[in-house]
Design a protein around this ligand. Sequence first.
Ligand code: GAR
Length: 189
Amino acid sequence: MPLRLGVMASGAGSNFEALVDSFRHGSLCGEVALLVVNNRDCGAQRRAERLGIDWELHDHRLQPNREQLDQALVQAFRTASVDLVVMAGWMRVVTPILIGAFPNRLINIHPSLLPSFRGLDAVGQALAAGVTLAGCTAHLVSEEVDAGRILVQAAVPVLSGDDHASLSRRIQVQEHRILPLAVALAAQG
Ligand code: GAR
């Protein structure tokens, strides 16, 4: 069955575009049916315009609380008949309202080898800890942040001379590779 994917993004949107590419030129069957952004004019929104993908702005600053934002997202994804949702650089904590609407069908990408370095600035945490191996994790979303069931991980070396930007770039190459794999896995249940 062709998959109808929903994507949530707050920033540059490179993972969002990797997913679109995977549907158009790679192994995924279906389409990104809707992108939701919370920051007007973010990179993800501009990519959606260039790629011809439907997008909506749901600005968290205009909602009284996290629950109401998530309720609006659930409504948007249901209206778009989305089967599965990916948080592709969504920099907000989500609530049981969104998690419960897509049981085992809400995926997050995080730039560390979980369970190491949960939360904000995982790349900075890895550099500060002096690890020699970093990476990324695609996982199901649970109520505890960055703690849901792991679907796919990829490791990258931390090289001497690496800074935040160079290590982030190496990790993102792998994110773009594992995220479509995680979507395929979750879609198969
Ligand atoms: C990605 O590296 C993703 O792992 C990270 O944000 C970046 C978004 O990049 N997500 C988190 O840190 C979530 N805790 P993108 O906008 O280019 O896809």
